[in-house]
Design a protein around this ligand. Structure first.
Ligand code: PLP
Length: 405
């Protein structure tokens, strides 16, 4: 079949594919533990549900402006004041179908074919594919010291005449690393000096642990006018457990937002009004669910870390935020795909191979599930990879027998 060059070069999202796989196994009644999930387990806030239902009850669900309804823009403006200490106008804001679409449309608004967008590794799986969708080139930067914390020198070295933009995602999916305040200050300054766009993917910025506070990139901007090339991305998916509502946003200078609006207007015409109203409900409603989620995740992280420590040879750094832990299993298996496959086949634990995030030998483990899943999942992984493990493991009343070395 004759497909486009872009279509032939785009990979399916590995995380979405894994979720489908988990669903199929569950429907068959298999006792799957899904460590590949990229979403919290908790329910969406009641204010979000009520706002959506109220709108649906009118029976009149219509087209709305492609850049977002005024009520949502107002809520995003308030959010931007609270977390970024930045006063913006409605023309500085666009609401999209998830932070994913906000990033995609931003890249389409700024990248020409063959231009480069840089991001630190490990990186979110969608960045390279989004660059390809623009005909552009994604350039991962590997911190020279082998850590998950990039240094400004690492980035500087990769910037060339084709570099147009840098994407920073902190705390980071998949490593959970929250970059230092100093690094954020340096990268904002660097991008201003080199006249580069800086996309701050802050989707996990409130899901942080050990008393950390969200870092405000805007505080370090010297260009605080309409010449700023800083694009701030956020959304309700993770912090409000509203992944299925598909509402995210971007805050940037008016020219960028106008270009993004033109593109989005032809792509989707903007997110559904029902879902935008749900996001308004979440942003303006009772906020306790965010802190409850954060505390649950911190607790889950602690348990996952203490259990993983009992597996010899597995190396990891303790996540500062998000709900992901990125562990180095190369002492057991160098191919992350082989390891992930083995964990599904032998003990029905779903993980995401690290190579999808640009780092071979690692796997991503999500701790967004229940405590029981975390305990049982790590126990199963330990059993599967430890050659000295007992010959048998019970999953409920099902007996697994070790028939591999
Ligand atoms: C780093 C990062 N950015 C953006 C997104 C997209 O979030 P949304 O559900 O709002 O599209 C995700 C979702 O997994 C993510 O991990």
């Amino acid at each position: 079949m004759s497909l486009s060059y872009i279509a032939k070069n785009i990979q399916a999202s590995p995380t979405l594919a894994l979720n489908e796989k988990a669903q199929i196994l569950r429907e068959k009644g298999e006792p799957v533990i899904n460590f590949s999930v990229g979403e919290p387990k908790s329910r969406a806030p009641i204010d979000a549900i009520l706002a959506a239902v109220q709108n649906l009850n009118t029976g009149e669900v219509r087209y709305v402006p492609p850049d977002g309804i005024p009520a949502l823009k107002k809520a995003i403006i308030r959010y931007t004041e609270e977390f970024y200490n930045r006063k913006v106008a409605p023309e500085n804001v666009i609401a999209s179908s998830g932070a994913k679409q906000a990033i995609m449309v931003a890249l389409q608004a700024i990248l020409n074919p063959q231009e480069e967008v840089i991001y630190p590794a490990p990186y979110w799986v969608s960045y390279p594919e989004m660059a390809k969708l623009c005909g552009a080139i994604g350039v991962p930067v590997y911190p020279e010291d082998g850590s998950f914390y990039p240094r400004i020198q690492d980035i500087e070295q990769r910037v060339g005449s084709y570099t147009k933009a840098i994407i920073i995602n902190s705390p980071n999916n998949p490593s959970g690393a929250m970059y230092s305040e100093e690094f954020i200050a340096d990268i904002v300054d660097f991008c201003e000096r080199r006249d580069l766009y800086l996309i701050m993917d802050d989707i996990y910025h409130r899901l942080i642990f050990d008393g950390r506070k969200p870092i405000n990139c805007w505080e370090y901007a010297k260009k605080k006018d309409e010449n700023s090339k800083l694009i701030i991305i956020n959304g309700v998916s993770k912090q409000y457990a509203m992944t299925g509502f598909r509402i995210g946003w971007a805050v940037a200078n008016k020219k960028i937002i106008e270009a993004m609006t033109n593109i989005q207007g032809h792509q989707t015409g903007g997110p559904s009004v029902v879902l935008q109203l749900a996001a308004v409900g979440a942003l303006n409603g009772i906020q306790s669910s965010v802190e409850n989620l954060r505390v649950t995740l911190e607790n889950n992280r602690n348990v996952m870390c203490s259990l993983l420590k009992t597996i010899d040879g597995v190396k990891f750094s303790v996540p500062d935020g998000t709900f992901y832990l990125f562990a180095d299993f190369s002492a057991y298996e160098k191919s992350s795909h082989k390891l992930s496959q083995m964990l599904i086949d032998k003990v029905m634990v779903l993980t995401v191979p690290g190579v999808e995030f640009g780092m071979e030998g690692y796997i991503r483990l999500s701790f967004a599930g229940t405590m029981k899943e975390i305990q049982e999942g790590i126990e199963r992984i330990k059993w599967a990879i430890d050659p000295n493990a007992p010959n048998e493991l019970y999953i409920g009343d099902r007996k697994l027998v070790r028939d591999w070395a």
